[in-house]
Design a protein around this ligand. Sequence first.
Ligand code: GRF
Length: 201
Amino acid sequence: MTQNRSLFILLSGRGSNFIAIHEHIQKGELKATIAGVLSNLFDAPGLLKAKEFGYPVHVVAHKGMERRAHELEVEKIIDRADPAFIVLAGYMRILTADFIRKYKHQILNIHPALLPSFPGVHAQKQAWDYGVKLSGCTVHFVDEGTDTGPVILQRVVPVYDTDTVEDLEARILEQEHQAYSEAIDLVLRGGWRIEGRRVIL
Ligand code: GRF
């Protein structure tokens, strides 16, 4: 039996993390396939890119839909694609506990800070405002909390006194583009387990 190495991408924005994953696959650095890309927004730039790359693209507009009803439509599409992992790449929708439980340890997210510091939105600005000297990014499994799931991989970057928030964002994003593919590769290899909060690879 061939192992399922397919990914299903959810995004709402520019999709630079999705594009980086696509490029790693193209270069043969990440042995995976992309079974589909879905957005809640028709005009998400990342979705247009996905179309250009030739992936199956889907839109399930959330406007005017109850949260769970919207998710059930998304689930139907994901289930048809039957991916090994669902990759959140700037998907700006809160997921319900039902969705998260259904795909337990199958949903990945990347957060632009060193969790558990600075969860939630504008993480890079939170870190910059706090005055930390190191920050970075975290790839984690999604659980029912906000950015609280078990950590798969982290990358650290320095914060310089001369940095603007934008400088820090750019430095972290560069690492995100490497870290996400690396983490995906690790979980696709299998053989990992979760002990308490710890992902043992
Ligand atoms: C990234 O900063 C990521 O860490 C966060 O959302 C942003 C998505 O950016 N989860 P992009 O759309 O992948 O460029």
